[in-house]
Write a protein that binds this ligand. Structure first.
Ligand code: MN
Ligand code: MG
Length: 654
């Protein structure tokens, strides 16, 4: 079905059209019975309207619908026929979304800023993503009511019926938009464009607190096979799937979250806008084969796009349609994306300016969000600092573990793993090292602001849970303990930390208690390879006050980096993942603080160094940690003078 246009044809046609040098070749060469339709798309905006990182409280060039909008306006200006669609995950995912949900609220008639921005741009259609449910269905519905365009979703239901068509859906499954299409000779035709939406049915698990017992979700392929034929019967000339579902070559199974590849195989679907996985398609992130054609930009021959996330890209599908015997069909297609920035030598260079009407429409909410992130959302009864995170159980890691455990407990409810013990693994991210002597988390007792949360959790990781046995728990901790040099009993002021191992690979586990015997050699090296098979640095490892059972199974809360194999931790190699959370660890911490009101993440000293008589070690940390040194539980820390490069030295008598 692909017709390739040579460069010469393209030049000839652009020359013929004179000034319109940017005209796409499909528009330039469309014959009398042909028309060029462009499908512009955004996906996974997550409330990123302004180019601003609210966690860091500074402007940023990698996000913002205000930037994507400039590309949208440019492409529209060079298009004969176009529509603009959004693929879901628009109303949650940054502090502006939290501000509206937790603070300002949505009274009847209120507009959500992301919807205001979308209304300014005149979207034609949208669908729901999984994150639309994070604040509950009534909130979502109020946001959706403000949209000047239809929102469709074919697999979210009040109640499921015997089959897809019998489902009592919450929103309409699809729309048929009558649009005027100008053909190659300038003549106008009315075309019925069908748009149908899909979301991952996993919402029933991810947001069960909002959805269980009240709503239901159907498998994506089942929904497609139910509704696409009805769209055809109703006269759809072309059908575009808004798939808030990513592209995976895993075998097709019922309930698959990333089902776009198989959705493309459903008869009647002409093109797919995909998302959810926050990647770019077509791009080198995907490999050609198994139905994916990166070069052609197709899945099973159907043009497909995925426009990154947070407004990073506009997705674009170009269709050359042909009118024949009363029917429109796709004769050829192109898929692409256009980014708002490019990465040059580790810098993000903006490629477009802001589209001012989008900024203006949401300036009030942006300003209110700035005020919100700088204001307390909760209180902490303990200082949240990381000065001693590598030598003792630590409050900045403790709060991450508490929030992860709180979240995974909810996520395990109703699953086959409900009731299994939950442990939490977390590492200090800001702990000096190459970041320098001021590179530590330091939040005082009292109010906690949103912008502090990025300090507690530096990376935009998402939550994962893995299922491992007690023996693997021990090995996980052995791997962590490779950050320490081997210590000789009786020696003084021995250097404790191996500077080659980054702090983010020092996972502390909550939910068990243990000691670290520094006189043993490390079992693993800094790359995670076993170097001393029989070594046991982790001693007195206990669960519920008794020695851990090596065969007992544990659910361990962690992040996508670790669970996917980052740092090469035993038991964390992607195979053990039982839960892939859609939520970022940062979001979970904010929710936890908002939910609890006051948090008390005082470290519980669940891990300590094993005592070694007449032995001391030296380590360095930020000089600002001096005020906390006496309060660290489970270890005796004393100042030991100045270190190099502005660090301070401390001594621990083991
Ligand atoms: Mn998303
Ligand atoms: Mg602890």
């Amino acid at each position: 079905m692909t017709i390739r246009f040579s460069r010469r044809q393209f030049l000839a046609s652009t020359a013929a059209t004179g000034a319109f040098v940017t005209l796409h070749p499909f528009s330039a060469i469309a014959a009398t019975n042909q028309a060029h339709l462009r499908i512009l798309s955004t996906t996974d905006l997550h409330v990123h309207v302004h180019p601003y990182d609210y966690y860091a409280d500074k402007p940023i060039d990698t996000v913002g619908l205000s930037r994507t909008a400039t590309i949208i306006e440019e492409v529209r200006a060079e298009s004969t026929n176009s529509i603009l669609v959004d693929n879901g995950d628009f109303l949650q995912g940054n502090p502006m979304g939290d501000y509206i949900a937790y603070e300002r609220g949505m009274s009847d008639g209120d507009l959500h800023p992301v919807v205001q921005a979308m209304n300014v741009l005149g979207y034609d259609c949208g669908t729901l993503g999984n994150h639309e449910f994070n604040y509950g269905v009534p909130f979502m519905d109020k946001v959706v009511q403000g949209a000047d365009f239809p929102i469709v979703c074919s697999n979210f239901a009040n109640k499921l019926g015997a089959d897809g068509r019998a489902d009592d859906l919450f929103y309409k499954p699809y729309v048929l938009l009558d649009r005027e299409l100008t053909d190659g000779s300038g003549e106008k035709h009315t075309i019925k464009i069908g748009l149908i939406g899909f979301l991952p049915p996993q919402i029933m698990n991810w947001d069960q607190r909002h959805l269980a017992g009240k709503y239901d979700a159907r498998d994506i392929l089942q929904a497609a096979k139910a509704w696409v034929p009805e769209m055809q019967e109703a006269g759809a000339d072309i059908i575009i799937a808004l798939s808030h579902s990513g592209i995976s070559t895993e075998p097709s199974v019922e309930g698959q979250a990333n089902a776009a590849l198989y959705l493309a195989g459903v008869d009647g679907i002409d093109a797919l806008v995909t998302g959810h996985s926050h990647l770019v398609f077509p791009s080198a992130a995907y490999e050609t084969g198994n139905g994916i054609d990166v070069e052609a930009g197709t899945l099973q021959g159907k043009p497909t796009t995925m426009g990154g996330f947070w407004g990073s890209h506009m997705g674009l599908i170009d269709l050359m349609l042909e009118h024949d015997a009363g029917e429109w069909r796709v004769v050829t297609s192109e898929s692409s994306t256009r980014g708002i920035y490019e990465r040059v030598d580790r810098n993000n260079i903006p490629l477009v300016e802001d589209f001012q009407p989008v900024l203006a429409a949401t300036q009030k909410e942006h300003d209110a969000t700035l005020e919100y992130i700088r204001r307390a959302v909760g209180m902490t009864d303990a200082p949240l600092h990381s000065y001693f995170a590598l030598v003792a159980d630590d409050p900045s890691v403790q709060i991450v573990s508490q929030a992860q455990t709180w979240y995974i407990e909810q996520m395990m409810q109703g699953s086959e793993w409900e009731g299994l013990p939950i442990l939490s693994a977390a590492a200090p991210f800001k702990a000096g090292g190459r970041g320098g002597p001021e590179y530590y988390t330091d939040v005082k007792v009292g109010p906690v602001a949103i912008k502090n949360v990025s300090d507690l959790y530096l990376y935009p990781n998402t939550v994962r849970a893995v299922l491992i046995d007690g023996a693997t728990v021990k090995d996980w901790l052995e791997r962590s303990a490779s950050i320490f040099n081997q210590i000789t009993a009786g020696g003084q002021d021995q250097v404790l930390l191996n500077p080659d191992m980054p702090s983010y690979n020092f996972d502390v586990m909550d939910g068990v208690t243990y000691q670290i015997d520094l006189t043993e050699p490390p079992k693993f090296n800094r790359s995670g390879e076993v170097i001393n098979e029989g070594s046991n640095r982790i001693v007195n490892l206990q669960f519920n006050g008794a020695a851990i059972d090596p065969t007992q199974m544990f659910v361990v809360a962690t992040n996508n980096y670790r669970a996917g194999g980052g740092g090469s931790f035993p038991g964390a190699n992607a195979d053990t993942i039982i839960f892939e959370g859609p939520d970022t660890n940062r979001d979970v911490i904010v929710r936890y603080i908002v939910d609890q009101g006051t948090v008390n993440p005082k470290a519980d000293a669940n891990w300590t160094f094993a005592p070694v008589a007449n032995t001391s070690v030296i380590f360095e940390t930020g000089p600002a940690g001096v005020g906390y040194a006496n309060a660290v539980e489970g270890v005796n820390i004393e100042p030991a003078g100045d270190g190099a490069d502005g660090f301070a030295l401390y001594r621990i008598g083991l």
